[in-house]
Design a protein around this ligand. Structure first.
Ligand code: GAR
Length: 193
């Protein structure tokens, strides 16, 4: 099993989906640590319920950005994390973290990249009037939301959608593809392809 470090900022429903995939063995992994940046984030409760160590690294206490990433990398390395998964991580990461986990860091984003990068992907897709959107798992690179794509799923936009109804439909696909994409990326790196 691959040792994962999960980074999350908020609700943590993708974190829960990953824990479920690990416990029902559809994903051969162990979750070594959850790193979160917002005190009171629901994801921390979810980690505690599942006996996953939850470490708060509050970005407000680390300036500049690199200092937060330095603390994150130290925590991940201390726990022998092999792969990092950003599952609802809402901070921009710097080369310091990207280089420490080069080709071993994945992010999930709620659009069909390269469309709708950034923090408001669901809303931006609605505003643009697209009829299909979705989610993307990709490697983390210096350019935000731009690394090589591992997996995507398409989702229809329905006429009466609000940001919340559309986001819920996208998230159902996130829970499905994130564990699969991790397994695929890890497998590829181990088989050297
Ligand atoms: C997910 O939909 C994820 O794709 C998105 O945040 C949500 C987190 O939900 N990520 C981004 O927008 C990254 N820019 P969760 O906390 O319930 O997993």
């Amino acid at each position: 099993p691959v040792r994962l470090g999960i980074m999350a900022s908020g609700t943590g429903s993708n974190f829960v989906a990953l824990c479920d995939a690990v416990s029902d063995r559809t994903l051969s992994a162990e979750i070594a640590v959850l790193i979160y940046n917002n005190p009171g984030a629901l994801v921390a409760e979810r980690a505690k319920e599942r006996n996953v160590p939850a470490v708060l690294l509050d970005h407000r206490q680390y300036k500049p950005r690199e200092e937060l990433d330095r603390a994150i990398v130290a925590e991940l390395q201390r726990r022998n994390v092999e792969w990092v998964v950003m599952a609802g991580w809402m901070r921009i990461v710097t080369p310091l973290l990207i280089e420490a986990f080069r080709d071993r860091a994945l992010n999930i984003h709620p659009s069909l990249l390269p469309s709708f990068k950034g923090a408001h992907a669901v809303e931006n897709a609605l505003d643009a009037g697209v009829k299909i959107t979705g989610c993307t798992v990709h490697y983390v690179r210096e350019q935000v939301d731009s690394g090589p794509i591992v997996m995507q799923a398409a989702v229809p936009v329905l006429p009466d959608d609000t940001r919340d109804t559309l986001h819920a439909r996208i998230q159902a696909q996130e829970y499905r593809i994130l564990p699969q994409a991790i397994a695929l990326a890890v497998h590829r790196s181990r088989s050297g392809s």
